[in-house]
Every structure is written in C-alpha cells, then in structure tokens.
Design a protein. Structure first.
Length: 522
C-alpha cells in the first residue's frame, strides 16, 4: 500500500506517458523532494548492483530480468496479482564509464513485459532524493548521473538507510552483486594486484574494493543487528559461501545465500526470483525456490563433465575421482542456504576441534615420525595436497576447502576403522570432535547443491549426493556447500588480517590452528 498519494500518482504518470528511459531520467524530479515518500510492501528487495567493472553487462541484464519478473506478478495497473505477495525492488545502480548507463542511479524498478537491455519506462529514478550521499562530493545532477564509490562501506550503509526511511516492509532482502573472491582484505589485494573483490569500483580505481569486514561495518551503520535482522542476504558473487563470510554477517540476517565456488557470469535468475518472493511469505520458502531456480538454470553445465569411462570412483574415504576434482573445479556451479541463527554452535564446535589439535596435535603421532598436525595438514589442507576439493581463482587470498568434506576426512582418519586402513593411530576424541562439527553443519546448511556429472544420478540430485548417498530433490540433508580457509595465496603463510579483520578469526581458534600448521605470519 502506498501511503503518499501524490508520489504514486507521479509514478503512474511516468508509466502512462510511454516515454523511454532517457526521457524519464531527464525529468525534473524536485517535486519528489517536497513529499515524504513512504511505501508499504510485503517484500522489499534491496539490490546493490555494482556494475562499475567487467560485470557491467551481466548485472544490467539481471536488473532487466527483475523488471520482467515484476511484470509477471503484477496486473495491468501495476498492482500485485491476486494471491501474490507485494514485491518492491530498489536498486542502487552504478555503471561502467563510457557505457549507456554509466554513473549512479537510485531506482525503484517497474514492470517490463520485454526482456531487453534497457531500463523500463516504469522504473522510477529517485536519485534526486539522495543528493546528500549519492556522490563523493555530496552533489548529483538532477538525472542522477553522478558517480558514487560502490567500494565504500558508507555507500552501502547509506543505501540501506535510504530504503529503511522510505519503505516499510514485512520482510527485507539485501542482494550484493559483483565479483567475489572469498574472505579478503584490501591492503593485501593491493600488494598482489588481484583486481577482483566484492564491490570493485573501476571508476574510482581498479583496486577500489570493499573488504569482508567492511561489509559488516556497512550493515552495522545501517542499524542492522541481532534485534533488527534482514530476512535474507544474497551474495550473488563468486566464492561467497565461506564460513568466514557467512559468520561475518550472521548478526545481520536470518538466512544467507552464497556460492562455494565460482558463480556463472549471469548469476541468479532474477525473473524467477521475483516470482519466488511473490509466491511465498517466509524467507526460507523463498530461499528454497531460489536454489531450485539456480539448479534449473545451471545443471549439467559443469565444464569437467567427461565420458564416464574416464572416471574411477573410490567408495573408500577420503573419496575421490582419479581424474578431475569432484567438489572443486573452477567454474562448477554451486549454491547453498545457511541458517545464521544456528551458526554460533558450529563455530564453537570448530573451536573445540581446533583446540584439540593446537594442544595435542604435535605430540600425538599419526604415523611413525609424523604427527597428527603434520598428517592432516599435509594431506588435506595444503594447496598442493591431493584433496580434490580446493577452490582457488586468481584474486583469492586463500585456498578454500569444503568444510564438510574436510571434517569427513579428519573424522575417518582419526577413527579406529580409518586409522587401521591408513596405517595410522586412532584418536577417538578428535574423531568425536569432527563428528560434532558435522552435526552442527547439518543444522546450518538448509539447502545445498553442486552441479554434477552425468552418471550416478548426480545430474538430478547434484554432486553432493554421490558422497553421502542423500537424494532429495529440494537439496536438503547435505553437510557440504560451506567452505573454510586453509593455506594462503603465499605458500606456508597465514595472513594477520585473518584475525584482525575477520570476526571468525577473532572469535574462534581456527586462526591459531592455521598458525600451527603454516610457518609464516604476514
């Protein structure tokens, strides 16, 4: 429901004129500044659309998909169809220089019955109502074409604050769209000239980026916290499903959607996403639909799919294909939904397991002359170990490992059965601690899917079903899909910012275990 009649009449007039976006963006909007714009909606979707980099075209396409999706859930008068939840989508768009939609715009998306690469005539430009923050200088042209630093956590905070001021919603969703590299810190990105991180803003500078901790600062500045959470946070980026990233933002959202691996360039299907919100009244139900949409869009796109005869599958832990990574593989689509409220127990279990290895892992022999710490680290946590699950791409500061698979291997190696098979010494207490991490993971991971090979039902149920035998069409029941940092970009190095900039590094013992495993702190 719209509280301010004059504001909605203005929006309707823009819709009925049949004008194109160029005409809309040049209209004088000073009238909007004379009114308190305040809308009520069931769902408020806030999209932080950072197209000021090499993803300009893909993110623009996503905005067009969302406009088209709105046309499917609204009637000819722009109202929600019967039985549908009301959905409003507000976008902070920043485009690449020398492109059609360069500059920064604050938009409420309107419906568009055609999929194209144009902003809809029904999309309303509210840039003028945010002149105090929409550019670094505090000034913005009347059509909203001023430049803003999307890499600044203040910009993200200002965007969320503006949305909260002008919209009242039963459920709120924040979507971050950009490149992603997993946990990272700006100073070190400059050193290694990676040029890939969340919220990269090329117009400000090729290495103008936002660190993992800065995202947390933005949400805090926007008044979010344990008593005022988002219903859902979606990181439509690569490598956004690390426990370090999820934990960093766990105080600000009930549920979190991210990808353990690279996300395909087109990202999520925003048309179907709009339908998911309109068809459901809880964040978890909508999240389930979003996972199904991702699966439908990308199943069997795995670039590693080869003739079945080229693979030799081992049913014995630590499980592996002889050729090709079963859970790694750059470019393989992955998606997972995490319950933030269950994360605290998981982190405590990780700390308990880590402390065992910190305190006793050097003194306990696994093999003759090889300690537990040496054996586990060398076989499962180094970038050159034969673990088949390391995730890395140019730009990552750390190698990422699937946490569930790592704990499966730790538990097996320390169990009586596994130690006997591998020629080592069992450590029952460690085995039980690793199983406790797995049990906590099962509560955190609500849905997870990883594109699979054509054999063994993986094309239907996903690759995770191959290792645990769980075949559910809604992709529930797996402990895979969340990653954790192991070895770093520089061999045998642990970055000091892992503890100073990341809440997970400060609040758990995992950092101290990494220091124990790797010899150098930088």
């Amino acid at each position: 429901m719209v509280k301010n009649t004059v504001s909605i009449l203005l929006a309707i007039c823009l819709c009925l004129t049949g004008c194109c976006w160029n005409e809309i963006k040049n209209k004088t909007e000073t009238e909007l500044l004379n009114f308190k714009i305040e809308y009520e909606t069931d769902w408020l979707i806030m999209i932080y659309a950072d197209g000021d980099n090499s993803l300009y075209g893909e993110i623009l396409s996503d905005i067009n998909e969302a406009e088209y999706g709105l046309s499917l859930i609204r009637d000819e008068y722009g109202l929600s169809k019967a039985g549908k939840e009301t959905v409003k989508v507000v976008v902070l768009w920043d485009g690449l220089v020398n492109t059609k939609y360069s500059g920064t715009y604050l938009l409420e998306l309107g419906a568009d019955s055609v999929l194209n690469t144009e902003f809809s005539c029904n999309t309303v430009n509210f840039s003028s109502s945010a002149q105090d923050w929409l550019s670094d200088s505090g000034e913005v042209s009347i059509n909203g074409s001023g430049e803003v630093a999307m890499s600044s956590y203040n910009t993200l905070a200002n965007f969320i604050n503006w949305c909260n001021e002008h919209y009242t919603a039963k459920r709120k969703v924040l979507v971050l769209e950009d490149h992603g590299t997993g946990p990272g810190y700006l100073t070190y990105r400059n050193v290694y000239n990676t040029g890939r991180a969340i919220c990269q803003d090329v117009s400000i500078g090729s290495l103008s980026l936002m660190s993992t901790g800065d995202v947390s600062k933005a949400l805090s500045l926007a008044g979010l916290g344990t008593e005022n959470r988002l219903d859902l946070l979606i990181e439509d980026v690569c490598y956004g499903a690390s426990i370090e990233d999820v934990y960093e933002l766990s105080d600000y959202t009930n549920y979190y959607i991210g990808s353990a691996n690279q996300t395909p360039g087109n990202g999520h299907n925003y048309t179907k996403m709009m339908i998911d919100f309109a068809d459901n009244d809880t964040a978890l139900e909508a999240a389930s639909g979003i996972v199904q949409d991702f699966y439908s869009s990308y199943k069997e796109t795995n670039e590693l799919v080869l003739n079945d005869m080229e693979y030799e599958w081992s049913e014995v832990p630590p499980y592996k294909y002889v050729n090709g990574n079963w859970i790694g593989g750059a470019g393989t689509p992955t998606i997972a939904v995490f319950d933030s409220l269950k994360l605290q127990d998981l982190t405590q279990k990780i700390s308990s397991m880590s402390e065992l290895l910190i305190n006793e892992g050097d003194s306990r022999d696994y093999l003759s002359g090889t300690s537990y710490n040496e054996y586990l680290c060398n076989n499962f946590v180094r970038d050159d170990a034969e673990v088949e699950n390391v995730l890395f791409y140019t730009g990552n500061m750390n190698y990422l490992f699937d946490l569930g698979l790592m704990m499966t291997r730790f538990a097996y190696a320390s169990s009586t059965e596994g130690a006997t098979a591998l020629g080592g010494e069992a450590w029952t207490e460690l085995c039980e601690a690793c199983i406790a991490v797995q049990e906590a993971l099962a509560k955190v991971i609500k849905f997870s899917w990883r594109d699979g090979y054509s054999s063994q039902d993986s094309s239907t149920y996903g690759m995770y079903s191959i290792i645990d035998g769980i075949k559910t069409e809604d992709f529930t029941g797996h402990i895979f899909g969340m990653t954790i940092c192991g070895g770093s970009y520089k061999k045998n190095t642990v970055y000091s910012w892992y503890k100073t900039d990341l809440a997970f590094g400060r609040d758990t013992s995992w950092y101290e275990l990494l220091v124990k495993w790797f010899s150098t702190i930088e």
